[in-house]
Design a protein around this ligand. Structure first.
Ligand code: PEP
Ligand code: MN
Length: 335
């Protein structure tokens, strides 16, 4: 915490401030220029309220320098977190791809796509059973039946399943059945849900909110971790901007920014980030070049018939070709 003192503060007021701070066990470091006088506070400032200090007659302004996300931040956890599920790892130099349809539609659909993405080299299977749709009349997902179909596809392929939770009502089912619990963009600041999912202690894929800052994403991760979880993947999936040529504006600069601020793995979703299947491929390569630890890609074997997000889903053939290029690109970057 840094205190900027008022230029009108008297020596007596400043001395009284010093004494009240040192009495609380803090170490003071002062910087005095011609027109500025600042006091830096070192030591445990966690019990000190910036508002209380700002009320002191000698103080003009208080700046907090400590990160508000202690569990998600790199400061107290310098080493990258590696998340390993059923043999697939993301983070700390491990790269993997989460692929599958936007939503689970039928046993044939999810099993066929799961086999295709596995063959192409994906390490995780995605598929929504509970869908957060803008319209209450749109397909809402198969619910618990969808979870059963995902489990079946996992048995067939060995791929761990990643699927979104919409409400705490199904926490027990997700705890039992799901490998990585997805918290969607619309729920990124559903703080009660974040805590309760965190308390399960399972790996979480946390998507950036529709209009959220990077700091807000990190604070949402902090909620999940304060609940108890330690394995959280941060997902950049684009935010809403004035641009209408794409569904969202994929913020690839978030990748190096998040990786500098946090030890958690960063996954990029170019499907929701762009909204168009033919933009997914170039943005996948760009995300890899930016240092992403993983990608989450929507793949559908009949995109024209998909019940959700067909326009941004790539076919298994395109996906397979992309996977080859992603590998080649990663090899180049490693050298
Ligand atoms: C999804 O992954 O299908 C989804 C709904 O994503 P988001 O929460 O990023 O919109
Ligand atoms: Mn989708």
């Amino acid at each position: 915490m840094i205190l900027v003192l008022k230029t009108t503060a008297t020596p007596q007021q400043i001395q009284a401030l010093r004494e009240s701070l040192t009495a609380r066990g803090l170490i003071l470091q002062e910087l005095q220029g011609e027109s500025t006088h600042m006091i830096g506070l070192a030591g445990d400032t966690s019990g000190i309220s910036a508002d209380d200090v700002a009320r002191h007659e000698a103080v003009e302004r208080v700046m907090r320098v400590q990160t508000p996300y202690k569990l998600a931040g790199r400061k107290f956890h310098p080493d990258d977190t590696v998340i390993t599920v059923r043999g697939s790892s993301i983070g700390g130099g491990n790269f993997d791809v989460i692929a599958g349809p936007c939503s689970v539609e039928s046993e044939e659909q999810i099993t066929a796509i799961a086999m295709d993405v596995k063959k192409a080299g994906a390490g995780f299977l995605r598929g929504g059973a509970f869908k957060p749709r803008s319209s209450p009349y749109a397909f809402q997902g198969l619910g618990l039946d969808g979870l059963e179909l995902l489990k079946h596809a996992r048995e067939q392929t060995g791929l761990p399943i990643v699927t979104e939770i919409l409400s705490p009502e199904y926490l027990k089912d997700f705890e039992r059945e799901v490998d990585v619990i997805q918290i969607g963009a619309r729920n990124m600041q559903n703080f009660q849900l974040l805590r309760e999912v965190g308390a399960l202690g399972k790996p979480v894929l946390l998507k950036r909110g529709l209009s959220s800052t990077i700091e807000e994403l990190l604070m949402a991760a902090e909620y999940v971790m304060a609940g108890g979880a330690r394995e959280v993947m941060l997902c950049e999936r684009g935010t809403r901007t004035f641009e209408t040529a794409t569904r969202n504006t994929l913020d690839l600069s978030a990748v190096p920014v998040l990786k500098a601020k946090s030890h958690l793995p960063v996954v990029v979703d170019p499907s929701h980030g762009t909204g168009y299947w033919d933009l997914v491929e170039p943005m996948c390569y760009a995300a890899v070049a930016a240092g992403a630890d993983g990608l989450i890609i929507e793949v559908h074997n009949r995109p024209e018939c998909a019940l959700c997000d067909g326009g941004q889903s790539v076919t298994p053939d395109v996906f397979s070709r992309m996977m080859g290029k992603i590998k080649a690109l990663r090899d180049v970057l490693a050298n």
